[in-house]
Design a protein around this ligand. Structure first.
Ligand code: NAD
Length: 324
């Protein structure tokens, strides 16, 4: 039985990845600062631990063949684009990467996956909402618009430096807005799809929901199962990346809000308000992943949003019942 370690197993993507690895027959150890709050914890062994501590990183890699490093100080636009958490985001995430990668290499781990982000792409290529450029080779000259993106870029380089100097097999993916059920949907760290579903689910018939910015900014969103499939294909391939894992189905944020409203069946209007928005336009470019891994998303945005809305709607109702 192959032994895998998932760092950040208490998080959204980590929880789903553990489920997938278990379905494939892996023995899985998970580590995180917290347990998965939605019960998505199928690890054979779960360690509550802080990967900023080198001793914790050394302990969790023992006996492991492959590592998935997803632990990061992370959140949606309301967390990473306001500037308030910059020091923590850079310090905490960099320490997790420095410690886990070094411990893995020392312990003789064969392969390590690292989850980078589309946030590392330069802002100057994402000023036109209708025509953003995010091909893998457009990363330099570097100019991410957030410290979160700069840390991702630093860590990508760290992983490839270890691969060159020590021979550890490294796989790096740049995730573009992954969403789905069992992810953060409230509390300030939620990302746009979950926030949109929550606002719509909470809104009273005939009222309005608030959407940050003018709503003309564009993004693409990838459903979680498609993301996990791409991660596994990358891990099994002889390709190291960096490679985009995202959807090419770009949509404006106001149209995205309209989609969530339509799914709910409610009559709601949109109120655009000032807020942290990030770059004007972003879309995945899947030419490389298609060529190297033969991967395509299987779910449309609408299909993914229907599943996500259903799950968040149920949580909103449950929370309302608990209050009353
Ligand atoms: P998440 O916040 O749900 O998961 C990250 C997990 O890391 C959390 O459970 C957190 O507690 C844990 N963690 C943070 N600091 C830690 C520490 N010091 N020690 C141990 N655990 C720690 O986020 P996610 O959406 O599941 O993202 C997973 C990875 O993918 C992250 O690296 C993130 O930057 C990257 N990513 C995600 C997206 C997305 O759209 N969700 C997009 C781009 C990149």
């Amino acid at each position: 039985m192959k032994k895998a370690l998932v760092c950040g197993a208490g998080g959204f993507i980590g929880g789903h990845l553990v489920k997938r690895l278990k379905a494939e027959g892996f023995w899985v150890r998970g580590v995180d600062l917290k347990e998965n709050e939605y019960g998505n914890n199928m690890c054979d062994e779960f360690i509550l631990g802080d990967l900023r501590e080198p001793s914790v990183a050394r302990k969790v890699v023992e006996g492991i063949e492959e590592v998935y490093q997803l632990a990061a100080d992370m959140g949606g636009a309301g967390y990473i684009f306001t500037g308030e958490h910059d020091a923590g985001v850079m310090h905490n995430s960099a320490l997790c990467n420095l410690n886990v990668l070094d411990a893995a290499e020392q312990a003789g781990v064969k392969k390590i996956f690292y989850s980078s982000s589309a946030c590392m792409y330069p802002e100057y290529n994402q000023l036109d909402p209708d025509n953003p450029k995010c091909s893998e080779d457009s990363a330099y000259p570097a100019a991410p618009d957030s410290e979160y993106g700069w840390e991702k870029l630093f860590s990508e380089r760290l992983y490839f430096a270890y691969q060159r100097n020590t021979g550890i097999d490294v796989k790096v993916a740049r995730f573009h807005n992954i969403f789905g059920p069992q992810g953060t949907w409230t509390g300030g760290k939620e990302k746009a799809p979950a926030a949109m579903c929550r606002k719509v689910a909470e809104a009273e018939e005939g009222s309005s929901i608030e959407v940050w910015g003018d709503g003309k900014q564009t993004r693409s969103f990838l459903y979680i199962d498609d993301c996990v499939e791409a991660v596994r294909r990358l891990m099994e391939s002889d390709f190291s990346g960096p490679v985009n894992i995202g959807s090419e189905e770009m949509i404006s944020i106001n149209d995205f809000a309209r989609m969530a409203i339509d799914i709910s069946g409610k009559k709601l209007s949109i109120k655009n308000i000032p807020g942290p928005t990030g770059v004007r336009g972003r879309n995945s470019d899947n030419k490389l992943i298609r060529e190297k891994l033969g991967w395509e998303p299987q779910k449309t945005l609408r299909q993914g949003m229907e599943l996500t809305f259903k799950w968040i709607h149920a949580n909103v109702q449950k929370a309302a019942q608990e209050v009353s």
